[in-house]
Design a protein around this ligand. Sequence first.
Ligand code: HEM
Length: 161
Amino acid sequence: MALTESILVWLHLIAATFWVGGMLFLSLVAVPLIKKSSNPATAQREFVSQARRFRKLVWIALFFLALTGTILLPNVVNVSEPFVKWPSSVLIKLTLVLLLIVVSLAHDRFIGPKVRTLKHKPTSELVVGEKLLLRISPIIGRLTLLLGLAILFVAVVMVRT
Ligand code: HEM
């Protein structure tokens, strides 16, 4: 039993490190390199294909996090008790995970594809809502990274309270 549990925590941590580490890599290594590149257009295309591949794997990682996390829940809560009695750190972590899934879905399914089409439109033809979307899209990307870092912190607090 202890070995199975250790393997589950190990898988949970591999998925978490892949996901948060990958986001840190993209924002701190890959994005700055596009700006420094001698051929920014090619670098931008390569970045987009790297980000797309990463995005697909992130959904697999999130699936594993939710699966292994749900199996491990009895380690941190009494699952027979109602939600409201669960420790606040657990509830905060689950709320942040839910928020992350909603923000990631909005980013991948709606904002990303819409922004790609808007970038081909002349600025003079953009309506107010479209200009706003172009402005907030990088913020949404950063928000997922911030949520990931916040979940890591709450996870650490959760197992120690
Ligand atoms: C539905 C989603 C999730 C559930 C139900 C969940 C649940 C859990 C549980 C029960 C543990 C304790 C494991 C144990 O020691 O027995 C844990 C640990 C942990 N979780 Fe999650 N988790 C979820 C998503 C995530 C996500 C998205 C991340 C990463 C950003 C994450 C990062 C961690 C980390 C780093 C630990 C280890 C903390 C430590 O040992 O100090 N979890 N999680």
